[in-house]
Design a protein around this ligand. Sequence first.
Ligand SMILES: [Zn+2]
Length: 141
Amino acid sequence: MEFVKSKKGKEKVIFEGYVYVKQKKLAHGVVSFECEKRRNKLECKAKIKLRGVNLVGRLNNHSHGPDPARREILKVLQEMKKSAEETEEAPQQIISRSVSSISEDAKAKLPTVHQLRRNFRRYRQVVNNPPPVPLNISLPS
Ligand SMILES: [Zn+2]
């Protein structure tokens, strides 16, 4: 059971090679998660229910197999986001370090370097929250 956050800040959990997205809170501290493939063409209906890190229920079988590369990708994207937010390292440096740590299979499924670099700009904008650029108005003297 591993918890990760997507780049949009959604809580996800990786369990037995499947990725689930947080769906809703239920009574007694139980949270339901649905398979992340529910909303694509597979329409997988598998769900799990967790209380903290404990599995307390599961519903429906997956309509597809597990995807181990997906786990690596989620983890590496989370790492990159963290490095982008917490360090001043150049995006290229962070990307090449992160990419070197994953399998060939995961590499093939990773977003392109171009897309990754765009993510970096977004992460850093959020973190640094730059003040609005003052308008450069020259008054007649
Ligand atoms: Zn599924």
